[in-house]
Each structure stands twice: as structure tokens, then as C-alpha cells.
Design a protein. Structure first.
Length: 145
């Protein structure tokens, strides 16, 4: 399935990303697996800043159950990037995040993907309903251009 690269207008929040020398592969561009690290950092950085994740102490955590990425243009170190974030769906115990990766001065994504968290009890790993505060914040990140 091929689709057009999304624009910045499709996202609600942006976080800076600095590429690293080690991100480049033998083809002289950021390797595909690095984008999944970008996704993880964008989502979890937002969760930490919003007060929904205290690493090692939260009673409820989001486990990744699905990821997907589509690539539109190569980037390489030392490119400075930004990750756009929005929420596409909030279920009873899951959240589907949409992420766009942009060059710092770019209007069209170089890559876009999705990242699904199922929220579980940190000890039992059983799904739990989204806490009201998290539901409110992910609802605020929901957006359909």
C-alpha cells in the first residue's frame, strides 16, 4: 500500500531529533530500523513530559503491539529532524499513534508510521483501561486534517 507523504499540518505536536553518525548505514543514509527508535523516543518522550510515564515506577505501561513505517525520502547524519505526533485512535486500553519524520525545514514527511500501545498493569501485564488523564491527553492529540 503506497500513499502520499503527509505534511506537517497532519500532526499536532513536534519533537526535535538529532541524527547520529551511527544511524547511517553502508548506503550512506539513516538505516530503516533507526526510524522505529525515533518513533519510540517521540511517543515515550511525550508520555514522560505529560506525566503519564515514570520509567521504572509507573503502575501502568504501554507495550508496543504493532509498528509500521513507510519511507518517502532518505536522510543522513548530520540531518536535523523533527518528529510529528498525533493520535489516530484511542480504544479502551490501546492508543494508535501516527508519527511523521520531517527534515527540520521540511514541510513533507520523509517517513511516516504508526505505533500501537496496549496499556497494561506493569506487574501482571494484563490490559487495563486508559486512565482518565491519559485519555484526555491523547484525545487532545487526536486530529484529522
Amino acid at each position: 500500500m503506497t500513499r502520499d507523504a503527509p505534511s506537517r499540518a497532519a500532526f499536532r505536536l513536534f519533537r526535535p531529533i538529532q541524527t547520529r553518525w551511527a544511524d547511517n548505514d553502508v548506503y550512506a543514509h539513516v538505516n530503516n530500523v533507526v526510524y522505529y527508535g525515533f518513533f519510540d523516543t517521540i511517543v515515550n518522550g511525550w508520555l514522560i513530559e505529560a506525566g503519564h510515564l515514570e520509567v521504572g515506577r509507573s503502575e501502568i505501561v504501554g507495550l508496543v503491539v504493532e509498528t509500521q513505517c513507510q519511507y518517502f525520502a532518505p536522510v543522513a547524519f548530520p540531518d536535523r529532524l523533527e518528529g510529528g505526533l498525533r493520535v489516530d485512535r484511542a480504544g479502551r486500553s490501546s492508543v494508535t499513534y501516527a508519527i511523521g519524520i520531517f527534515r527540520e525545514d521540511g514541510e513533507t514527511a520523509v517517513a511516516a508510521g504508526r505505533f500501537v500501545h496496549v496499556y497494561v498493569d506493569a506487574e501482571t501485564r494484563r490490559p487495563v483501561p486508559l486512565p482518565r488523564s491519559l485519555r484526555d491527553d491523547v484525545t487532545a492529540l487526536s486530529f484529522t486534517p
